[in-house]
Design a protein around this ligand. Structure first.
Ligand code: ZN
Length: 132
């Protein structure tokens, strides 16, 4: 995924241009996966439903991720990558991720609604780390 300041309009004729600025305003500067707040130029647009799985560049399907997480996650389902991060001792904000995935449930596109539902269900068995 490109990390440019301004994402183009999606290749699917979607009317809303999704930008890093828009997501900074909505979600804050932290990576949706590892919680780090990297330099602005290292924040990327991360598709919750990957493009290779039919996901589109629309606001409800995109969160901010650091470049490292974006690359490492690849096109895996959210719970698979979250488990990997938890194994590595990363304090994933699982609740924040659930909030992001719930946005997909109201999406216009069925592929987003269905994939969001599936990922939320799979995430249900992932325990959030206990924070001190
Ligand atoms: Zn990250």
């Amino acid at each position: 995924m490109r990390s440019g300041a301004e994402a183009r309009r999606g290749p699917y004729g979607v009317g809303v241009a999704v930008t890093v600025e828009m997501l900074l305003e909505r979600d804050g500067p932290a990576c949706a996966w590892c919680g780090r707040a990297p330099w602005r130029r290292d924040l990327t647009l991360e598709h919750l439903v990957p493009r290779s799985r039919g996901g589109h560049l629309t606001p409800e399907n995109v969160v901010l991720a650091c470049g490292r997480c974006n690359r490492r996650r690849g096109a895996r389902p959210a719970d698979a990558y979250v488990r990997e991060l938890l194994r590595d001792g990363v304090a994933v904000d699982v609740e924040g991720l659930r909030t992001a995935l719930r946005r997909l449930l109201d999406a216009d596109r069925r592929v987003h609604r269905e994939a969001g539902q599936r990922q939320l269900e799979r995430l249900r068995s992932v325990d959030a780390p206990v924070r001190p």
